[in-house]
Design a protein around this ligand. Structure first.
Ligand code: GCW
Length: 723
């Protein structure tokens, strides 16, 4: 009787819940590691034929190898189901010496150049059978190989002839979490911090492991847990034991933990009267603090430091320079193998030169004075993660000091987690940019991967867009940027298109029409965001404080935090003159760059107003006046978003209702926001140009006063809301 009732209850539940929902219910939590059952019968059959049991020697009890086996089992069970009793050959997992006797193939040569993180995933024909081997020189390599193998299956790629091997170009590949100990997250809108500090170390939440899995699946091997606007409390034992609990979880996925070091910590938590880096007491305090940290976390990665920037304390408070400060921390970490990532994001309005020039001026004069375990962490551009920035002039200018690239995954200036903006193409612009510092081909990518100047350390950092929203990133498609960052950190030469395809197939499905359409959305998104917000090299014209939406009229407070300081609009024209007739920031680049960017007729249109103050009547390559071109760019961005709404609607039947509905709502809002950007900016700039809105551009819906008086309140991620 009971069982009959139970069956009826289950049946009833299923019927009540719309079948389509029930089968495809998807809240996005699994990100790109969904391992949904492969429904294509042919593909499933082809996999079942060659994928038997998992063979792995776990006797050395390696946590990373255990993670590899668990992931492979989870992936195969999800994708092709239970293979118990399968006649198919086994899948061999393990470092080379543990699987050599399982194959007659000599893997030495193939593994030799793969280093300690590379992987080899190969189908080996050894009559009478074909087998899969997943190997590397270390268990971390094997773990990376498992994720690559599962990606291969998730993308329905053939196993015949499979031979996948790769090793990372950059050795330290980190997320930077601008997370506060109060659990707010600076500049990220996807909820609160995923680090539940109060519950640690007692409760290790499942999402810590899933975070580590997601990071390891794209080769991220480091995470900075705390905000660069640092809080010294995290360095105290009460928090070090919490940090250690996270580190213990992440270690099984090859991820090391780093912390932000507040320069004034010796005063705030050490009871000293000074934090002067040349004071022996202060050096001793940091030595002791480093020893203490490593007693909790033996593989602690090191410190990320924001010093003498935007009010953060630093060595200059004591008349010392950045090298003095960084070297003090480097000495403390060196015995333990730790590194210091010292941020070059420094500027100070007391210094009366273009903000664009200040980091280059500060750090080039210190090149060669930093200890070997110090890296300079440099934003992609010289201002601040704008929707588009020319590469930072500092790249390539400190040949004796390793340089790390800092990218912003969270969209502080690109619509937060509301606007679709796939950032890989923007990051590739920086990575592929030629600095010419050592002749042609001296790209930023080759500077940071260490191949140009043979740096001992190499690193790349992405400011995370992750919060405790169920789907981690708020906008379901913002996870593509987390994914893309990891893939480019591993290999900055991977194409944006390939990354978009991988992410789409793994996150959604392999339907050809769906994949092509979503790839098109992703790849057209960044140019459209630039068009409807800061086209043609305009920059820093966002709303003050929260940075969500336009604010070209903002002129209050310190000039280098206003908008007018950057666009310099007047009756003649618009743009910041950074040539010889202006701030001459251009002089900090190599002469090949100066020659091109110094000429309004040669520079890429996308950078024109970044380096030049241009007349409204200037004739653009299109033949339009600058004013007309500016208006048409804003409209082009709006039109593109309108197109996406229709394009996404057409995909309704090819994706689960939950994610389809959320993305539909977000695109609708992005469309309205794009129109708001266009109308607000053109209304404001028109007061200077005094020219009509050209044909083909919709007139602003409201008057300028409406836009200037519009106030958004309580925008998530706004630091003003967080303290
Ligand atoms: O992008 C700006 C942000 C700040 C951030 C700062 C930085 C963490 O507006 O919120 O502070 O740069 O990069 O340090």
């Amino acid at each position: 009787m009971r069982s009959v009732i139970l069956i009826r209850l289950v049946a009833l539940t299923v019927l009540l819940y719309p079948l389509s929902e029930y089968i495809q219910a998807e809240d996005g939590y699994r990100l790109w590691l969904r391992y949904e059952p492969i429904t294509d019968a042919n593909i499933r059959a082809s996999y079942l034929k060659v994928l038997g049991d998992i063979e792995c020697d776990l006797s050395e009890r390696s946590p990373q190898l255990t993670s590899a086996v668990e992931e492979l089992r989870m992936g195969l069970d999800g994708l092709i189901g239970d293979r118990a009793g399968s006649e198919a050959p086994s899948i061999w997992l393990g470092i080379q010496q543990n699987i050599t006797n399982k194959t007659r193939s000599n893997l030495e040569n193939e593994l030799r150049d793969l280093g300690n993180e590379g992987y080899l995933v190969k189908e080996i024909q050894e009559d009478p059978e074909r087998k899969i081997i997943i190997t590397g020189n270390t268990n971390k390599g094997v773990l990376y190989g498992v994720f690559v193998f599962l990606r291969h299956l998730q993308m329905h790629r053939p196993i015949e002839g499979m031979n996948l091997s790769s090793s990372p170009k950059i050795s330290n590949r980190l997320l930077n979490h601008w997370d506060n100990l109060t659990q707010t997250v600076e500049r990220t809108m996807a909820g609160s911090s995923i680090w539940n500090w109060f519950d640690l170390p007692y409760y290790i939440e499942p999402h810590y492991t899933d975070y580590a899995r997601a990071c390891a699946s794209i080769g991220i091997n480091g995470t900075v847990l705390t905000n660069v606007n640092a809080n010294a409390t995290v360095l105290q034992p009460q928090f070090l034991e919490k940090v250690a609990a996270l580190a213990d979880t992440f270690r099984s996925y090859g991820i090391r933990v780093y912390l932000t070091a507040r320069f004034s910590a010796p005063i705030e938590i050490g009871g000293l009267r000074t934090a002067d880096p040349l004071d022996p007491q202060v050096q001793a305090w940091w030595n002791e603090k480093a020893n203490e940290i490593y007693s909790y976390i033996p593989d602690f990665g090191g410190f990320l430091v924001k010093a003498n920037s935007e009010g953060q304390p630093g060595p200059q408070n004591y008349g010392r320079n950045h090298a003095d400060g960084a070297n003090m921390l480097a000495r403390a970490l060196e015995p333990h193998g730790g590194i210091v990532m010292w941020r070059a994001f420094v500027y100070d309005f007391e210094v009366k030169e273009d903000r664009h020039k200040q980091a280059y001026t500060e750090f080039t004069q210190l090149d060669g004075q930093f200890l070997p375990n110090v890296l300079l962490q440099i934003k992609n551009g010289a201002i601040d993660f704008m929707p588009r920035e020319p590469f930072h002039p500092l790249f390539g200018a400190t040949p004796h000091t390793p340089q790390a690239l800092e990218l912003q995954i969270t969209q502080e200036y690109m619509g937060g987690d509301v606007h679709l903006a796939y950032l890989a193409p923007m990051w590739k612009e920086t990575l592929n940019a030629d600095t010419f510092v050592s002749g042609t081909g001296s790209t930023v990518g080759r500077v940071i991967d260490g191949s140009l100047f043979a740096y001992k350390h190499s690193a790349i950092a992405g400011v995370s867009n992750v919060g405790n929203e169920r789907n981690w990133t708020g906008h379901p498609m913002a996870a593509a940027n987390w994914y893309a960052f990891g893939r480019l950190a591993w290999d900055h030469e991977i194409r944006s298109e390939s990354i978009a395809e991988e992410w789409t197939r793994m996150t959604f499905n392999n339907d050809p029409e769906f994949v092509e359409s979503v790839k098109d959305l992703l790849l057209s998104s960044h140019p459209a965001v630039v068009d409807y917000s800061m086209p043609l090299g305009l920059h820093h014209i966002m709303a003050a404080g929260h940075h969500y939406g336009p604010g070209p009229w903002h002129d209050q407070g310190r000039p280098d935090w206003t908008s007018t300081y950057y666009h310099q609009a007047d009756e003649v024209g618009i743009g910041f003159d950074r040539t010889q007739s202006g701030s001459n920031a251009l002089e900090q680049y190599s002469h090949e760059v100066v020659k091109k960017w110094g000429d309004p007729q040669q520079i890429e249109e996308e950078y024109l107003l970044w380096f030049h103050h241009i007349s409204w009547e200037f004739t653009m390559p299109s033949g339009n006046s600058l004013w007309d071109e500016l208006c048409l760019r804003y409209q082009r961005g709006v039109n593109e978003v309108a197109k996406w709404e229709k394009q996404w609607e057409r995909l309704r039947t090819k994706v689960d209702h939950q994610r389809h509905a959320r993305i539909t709502a977000l695109l609708k809002r992005q469309h309205q926001d794009a129109i708001f950007w266009k109308d607000a900016c053109l209304s404001y700039f028109q007061t200077f140009s005094k020219r009509p809105i050209p044909n083909g551009v919709e007139k602003p819906a409201r008057n300028l006063e409406y836009y200037m008086n519009f106030k958004l309140h309580h925008v998530p991620g706004d630091p003003a809301e967080q303290w």
